[in-house]
Design a protein around this ligand. Structure first.
Ligand SMILES: [Zn+2]
Length: 277
């Protein structure tokens, strides 16, 4: 296993690590210890990348259990996650690995340091469950928030001293909440509202390589009004066969794909009324 992880310092104490699949992880480095948030697709030696930044001991936390965040979990003794994420983690970081291998080969990635058999037979890794808490890293504090939406056990992280929010997959330039394990849009909005009570000024999303501003977050959340969601929605049924998936635009450069059946009842009714007109 080689390490082809790119390291980018985003601000003091905060690094973005990008694996060979282009997936971003975040490393917070305090005075006493570090915290790695997410583990990427798992093709790269993550500890080697962390060691190029800090010699300090570090914990590993998953914002949620999807394969692009969790397939690297096997490299550690255990990874912290929300209890409600156990089944999602076991599935996507375990039996889904065959699909991940396929995805990587379709991208034409150099996987010469792996064999397919080696990669797909790796078990998902050990989970240690946690709830909302604060993790002190020495001069740097990670506040962990339960924010169901993208999945039931999704976590957001607020880095107090840097006024930085890490929203996990609850917010990305393209946000997906149409998988079977996703919560409805109403739950996602509740979680984003909860996060918005924190005094963050910048946001770092796992599927975007630049910091976003607080204003970007506020505009995204504001754009999730019933009126805006329904008026900007178009069919995206190809994303999940057999489901009524729609794509809407909370803001011009943002897309959110959702399962119509999991919309709040009032929204579904409003939509039916619209289509009756
Ligand atoms: Zn995800």
């Amino acid at each position: 296993m080689h390490c082809r992880i790119e390291k980018t310092k985003m601000m003091e104490n905060v690094w973005m690590l990008t694996d060979r699949m282009g997936m971003h992880m975040t490393l917070l480095v305090g005075d006493d210890k570090a915290l790695l948030i997410d583990t990427g697709y798992g093709f790269d030696d993550i500890t080697a990348a962390v060691r190029e930044i800090t010699p300090l001991p570090f914990d590993v936390l998953l914002t949620h259990g999807h394969h692009d965040h969790a397939c690297g979990a096997f490299q550690f003794d255990h990874v912290l996650m929300h209890r409600d994420e156990q089944a999602v983690f076991a599935f996507y970081a375990g039996s889904w690995r065959q699909r991940v291998w396929q995805q990587a080969t379709n991208k034409g990635l150099d996987l010469s340091d792996w064999t397919e058999e080696e990669f797909i037979r790796i078990p998902c890794g050990q989970a240690a469950f946690m709830d909302e808490c604060e993790i002190s890293l020495g001069g740097l504090t990670a506040q962990i928030l339960s924010c169901p939406g993208h999945t039931k056990g999704s976590l957001c992280v607020y880095v107090k001293e840097r006024q930085l929010l890490l929203p996990g997959d609850d917010m990305n330039p393209t946000t997906w909440i149409f998988f079977p394990e996703c919560e409805g849009l109403g739950t996602l909005i509740d979680s984003l509202q909860k996060a918005s009570s924190l005094p963050f000024s910048q946001v770092l999303c796992p599927h975007h390589n630049q910091l976003l501003s607080r204003a970007d977050f506020d505009a995204f959340l504001q754009g999730l009004s019933m009126e805006n969601v329904l008026s900007t929605s178009e069919k995206a049924y190809h994303l999940w066969e057999g489901k009524k998936v729609f794509a809407c635009h909370p803001q011009p450069h943002y897309t959110l794909c959702y399962d119509f059946e999991k919309l709040p009842e009032a929204w579904k009714n409003a939509c039916r009324n619209l289509s009756d007109d």
